[in-house]
Design a protein around this ligand. Structure first.
Ligand code: UTP
Length: 236
């Protein structure tokens, strides 16, 4: 059976005001896509992660502890989505895994496995890439809040150019930093996740996760609007 690893940016699933109608539509879409494939769904931290990290940072908490707060937020969002999926009748785990190895074990029992963050030092993008590599997924889909990969952050730079197609080598040239920068750091894909992706050359789709019809095309392997990343492995 086909396997797909999906990361859902927290800014879409968990904005400051959660939208139960959108979450229900996401759950129903995931259920449909999982009819003939195994889905790993990794949920980002969104507004709760940013809010709590900011407050702790302002209170003087050391940077190396802030990731823990982010992980807790991603797990809260993952638990919320898992419960809504179960309510909508999906075959999904209710216990949120603490590691990708545990998530892969859960996949023996459930067609949809939902998780959040795992360890400090990276974002949920990295967790989903790890799952894609370790579970031998056919593709990795990054559902984000922009149309795909741009040469620069389109929210900040008017001259940012959209890239419909990239190699892993080209993607490495676009990201600003290969190392982990800071808890809650923005950007279409974090550095450690990009490095892992490029080393393993998992076929990748970056799409706007708010458009569920288009996201479905990426997940089911059809032509989609967004960025397709493929090509040879990069030696790093
Ligand atoms: P994300 O950055 O993955 O969530 O996790 P997000 O809000 O969805 O990000 P966007 O919208 O995709 O950009 C939030 C924070 O949780 C910590 C990091 O500090 C991260 O910035 N985290 C998350 C970890 O330390 N490890 C993980 O495995 C996941």
């Amino acid at each position: 059976m086909e396997r797909v690893s999906l990361v859902f940016g927290g800014s879409i699933l968990a904005p400051a005001q959660l939208d139960p109608d959108f979450l229900t539509r996401v759950a129903d879409s995931l259920t449909t896509w999982a009819k003939d494939r195994q889905l790993f769904v990794v949920v980002g931290g969104g507004a709760p992660a940013r809010g709590h990290i900011q407050a702790a940072r302002a209170a003087g908490v050391a940077e190396e502890l802030l990731d823990r707060i982010g992980i807790a937020a991603t797990r809260l969002n993952a638990q919320t989505l898992a419960c809504i999926l179960r309510k909508r009748g999906a075959d999904v785990n209710l216990e949120i895994p603490h590691s990708t190895a545990q998530a892969i074990r859960f996949a023996q029992q459930h067609t949809i496995v939902v998780m959040g963050g795992s360890n400090p030092g990276h974002s949920t993008d990295h967790v989903a890439v790890e799952l894609a590599v370790e579970a031998g997924c056919d593709r990795f889909v990054n559902a984000t809040n922009v149309a795909g990969v741009y040469t620069r952050d389109p929210a900040k730079h008017k001259d940012a150019q959209f890239k419909p197609k990239l190699t892993f080598e080209e993607l490495l040239g676009i990201i600003e930093e290969r190392a982990w920068t800071a808890a809650g750091a923005p950007g279409v894909m974090d550095g450690p996740a990009t490095v892992l992706l490029a080393k393993n050359a998992v076929p990748t789709c970056v799409v706007d996760g708010r458009d569920l019809a288009n996201l479905g095309k990426a997940i089911t392997g059809q032509a989609f609007q967004g960025t397709r990343i493929e090509g040879p492995k990069v030696k790093l």
